[in-house]
Design a protein around this ligand. Sequence first.
Ligand code: SAH
Length: 244
Amino acid sequence: MAWRCTGKTNRELIENIMKAKILSSTESSQLERISRAMQAVDRAHFVPEKSAAYTDSPQSIGHGATISAPHMHAFAADYLLPFLRPGAKVLDIGSGSGYLCAVLHHLVSSYADDEPGKVVVPGKVIGIEHIPELVDWSLANLKKDNQTRRALENKEIEIHVSDGRLGYPSDGPYDAIHVGAASPTIPEPLVAQLAKPGRMFIPVGTDSQHIMQVDKDAEGNVTETRIMAVRYVPLTDKNKQTPW
Ligand code: SAH
């Protein structure tokens, strides 16, 4: 399904997402942050079918995986935004194409006013993906842009081949965790690796799925909020992921 925000260019696609008034952030400074980060990432670098790069729909990236629709990536950035301050550490489980890792990188980095692209406060984004071919492809995608190529060189973005259901404990805790595939239940290791405070955005369910926002407060208390119905590919065993 091509959703309503499709554009002819990356700029038009992001402008349409912002104009659609679908995000929960209301302050213009918050919306501006999301818009700037998404404008900085050309979706055409992350899709096999370039002619549909700015169509607001998911696209197959092979191996039974899809790059999510652009409005879903905007929702993810929107819900995680309060935890994406410059210098924050983020985990992206099921990083697939690498697109959201690039957007998250821009959200957790702050740049010099006088020198465009110069990072003053570096954040850290760790992508976890269990299909090695997709990890290689996402790294190649991220290298197409100078800013994200530099971020890879400086380890401000890392992508690892691993089972995302276990998180990535050696680098935790994480201010924000995004999960890009639907899990039958909320994996306990991911909750354990959330910082105090921290927030996770995760699709949960099998036949019927919904986004859950999992918040951990400064004392470590965890609350779960159901956000919206969705359709994601499953967070599963590598050998159970069926290519379409
Ligand atoms: N955010 C990505 C979503 C890709 S689809 C994007 O927009 O490009 C979901 C991804 O989760 C797929 O790439 C799939 O291979 C991966 N995945 C599924 N189960 C996984 C697991 N147990 N561990 C790590 N990655 C997993």
